[in-house]
Design a protein around this ligand. Structure first.
Ligand code: AMP
Ligand code: GLY
Length: 417
């Protein structure tokens, strides 16, 4: 099977790593990729947002499967263009990807499907904004309706800041604050059958102790020893299957990866958000634990034959990933700094710990930073404490001027807190 992966972050590196280990995959391409993905896949340049260009590339490569990683190409209709060219694609249509592309659309689907989520108002005028902020009170949760690369959501006790963010958006969703630990649960679906993966937890804030600004995600771990063992069954029944059924009923079936961002509140599990693709950095830890070869799973979803897939097999191991971000991330990240220590990790720590590249590019013989999140250092171990120790040992070998990382990824969970 020839597989083409679209994207070039740590999530795509994790996908390509798993696909490269799958004996069913005879050729693996990634477009545009990054310096690390080049070790496991053949890179091709492409504008990932240009559906026609991606479809042409897939045809040229005689790809049997295209996997679209990030949300922006999905919302732009790249999966539709590839499908129209007659090539199986893992990733939803533009219409179904509105589940991530519009928070208001997601709320509408959840209401219709009876999926538990925060109460909310969709506001387009200053009066509506003031009414909604007043109705819910602090802490205020204000979400830009559209895609904002992790920067659209403001959660604050400061009324003026909440109001300012709301007024800067064309259309905004203002909602009830949900208190409780967050869980990311992914499911693979072909629009009918839903196959849940293992839950993970992401660390969204930039600094230790969940301080600092929201980011794309600074680290993750799986499994969640503190979670109710019935969580996955419960979310399947209350959230994932009803959402997939509702989108099919509307004539816009969702096939690909349905990502439920959940809050485990005192009053039950609630959906914080949906995404229409694998999460980053959670994918790094979830795929590290998946034993079933990945290509067949994704192809079955793309072909609408997930009901024929045998149950997924998981490792007993735990996995932890720690994101190394550039100087000044998330505000105005500095790029172009050389990264050292990658070969030491490869020589000393693999296969237990390895480096997945996010924003990197090759300049001659060196790899340099090329984005806000630069590397995702991933490790597996017999439990979270061991996986964590291995991940941080590898992190310590990496040298990137001005870089930052959290030191408390999975710390509480590893200590049984
Ligand atoms: P989102 O982009 O919707 O995932 O939001 C980013 C982050 O904001 C989430 O991971 C939560 O930490 C926080 N957040 C979003 N919605 C809520 C909410 N209703 N209550 C509390 N925190 C929220
Ligand atoms: N880890 C958060 C996201 O992928 O949106």
């Amino acid at each position: 099977m020839k597989v083409l992966v679209i994207g070039g972050g740590a999530r795509e590196h994790a996908l390509c790593r798993s696909l490269s280990l799958d004996p069913a995959v005879s050729a693996l391409y990634c477009a545009p990729g990054n310096a690390g993905i080049a070790d496991v896949a053949t890179l091709r340049p492409v504008d990932a947002l240009d559906g026609a260009a991606v479809a042409t590339l897939a045809t040229e490569l005689a790809a049997d499967l295209v996997v679209v990683g990030p949300e922006a190409p999905l919302v732009a209709g790249v999966a539709d263009a590839v499908r129209a060219a007659g090539i199986p694609v893992f990733g939803p249509s533009a219409e179904a990807a509105q589940l991530e592309g519009s928070k208001a659309f997601a709320k509408d689907v959840m209401a219709a499907a009876g999926v538990p989520t925060a109460r909310s108002y969709v506001c387009t005028t200053p009066d509506e904004v003031d009414e909604a902020l007043d109705a819910f009170g602090a802490p205020y949760v204000v979400k830009d309706d559209g895609l904002a690369a992790g920067k659209g959501v403001v959660v604050t006790d400061d009324l003026a800041a909440a109001r300012a963010h709301a007024l800067a958006c064309d259309r905004v969703v203002i909602e009830e604050y949900l208190d409780g630990p967050e869980v990311s649960l992914f499911a693979i679906t072909d629009g009918v059958t839903v196959v849940p993966l293992q839950p993970a937890q992401d660390f969204k804030r930039a600094l230790d102790g969940d301080a600092g600004p929201n980011t794309g995600g600074m680290g993750a771990y799986s499994p969640l020893p503190w979670a109710d063992p019935k969580l996955v069954d419960e979310v399947m029944e209350l959230v994932l299957q009803p959402t997939v059924d509702e989108l099919r009923r509307r004539g816009t079936p969702f096939s690909g990866l349905l990502y439920a961002g959940l809050a485990i509140t005192g009053r039950g599990t609630r959906v914080i958000e949906f995404n229409a693709r694998f999460g980053d950095p959670e994918t790094q830890v979830v795929l590290a634990r998946l034993r079933t070869p990945l290509a067949g799973v994704l192809l079955n979803a793309a072909n609408g034959t997930l009901d024929a897939l045998p149950p997924l097999v998981w490792r007993d191991d735990a996995a932890v990933t720690v994101v190394i971000a550039s100087h000044n991330y998330p505000e105005t990240p500095r790029t172009g700094d050389p990264i050292e220590g990658l070969l030491e990790v490869a020589a000393e720590d693999e296969p237990d710990a390895y480096v997945l590249h996010a924003g990197t590019r090759r300049e001659g013989n060196t790899v340099v930073s090329a984005g806000g999140r630069v590397l995702s250092v991933t490790a597996t171990g017999s439990d979270l404490a061991q996986a964590r120790a291995k991940a941080y040992k590898a992190v310590a070998r990496i040298r990137l001027d001005g870089s930052q990382h959290r030191t408390d990824i999975a710390a509480k969970a590893a200590e049984g807190r």
